[in-house]
Design a protein around this ligand. Sequence first.
Ligand SMILES: [Zn+2]
Ligand SMILES: [Zn+2]
Length: 203
Amino acid sequence: MSTDLSGQLGSAFGSFFSSAIVQLILDSIVFYLFIVWLAAAFWAFRDMHDRTENPVMPYVAAAFILVPTPFFFLLGVIVYRVIRPAERLGEVYERNLAEEALLAEVEAVRTCRGCDRRVQEEWILCPWCRTRLNRVCPNCERLVGLDWTLCAWCGKDFERPATVDRAIAQSAPGASTADVAGQASPGRPAGGTISNRKPAIGG
Ligand SMILES: [Zn+2]
Ligand SMILES: [Zn+2]
C-alpha cells in the first residue's frame, strides 16, 4: 500500500516537473534572476561611481556582485551595502558648502573687542563696556571704521592732521579758506580755530 502511494507520488512529481509549462516557468525564474543579477552589478557600479573618485572601485563593486553567481548575488548586495562609503560625493560636497556657509555666518557676526558681546554694525560705542566700535567722519558725519586712514564716503584724510591741511591751503594760493574750514571739524569751530593757529606758533 505504502509503496504504491510513494510510487504514485513519485510519478506525479516526475510528470509535474517534466511538463512543458512548469519547465517554462522555471526557465523564466532563472532568466529573471540572471537579469536582476546583471542589473544589481550595474547598480553597484553606478553607486560606487557616485561615492568615490577612484576609477577602479566601481569595477570592484560590480565584480563583488557578479562573483557570487545569479543565485547568491543578493548576499553580495547586502555585504556591499554594509561596506560601501557612507556618503555620496555630492553629499560630501553639499556638507562642505554648508559648513563653509555656517563658518562665514559666524565670522560675519560682529562682536565687541572689549567684552565679546554681539554688537551691531552701526553702533559707535559698546553699550556694555563702552569700547569704541566706530567713529563718525567729522566731514560727512557718516560712520567710519576705527582703522580707516581716510573716509571711504567723502575722502577726508584722517592721517593728515588739520595743521597740514592748513599748510597746504596756505602754500596753494588758489585754495580758498572756505575749503580749509570745510575740512576741519564743522561741529567744533572753537577747536578748529585753535588747531589752525598752532602751526603759526610752531613754524
Ligand atoms: Zn563691549
Ligand atoms: Zn567722510
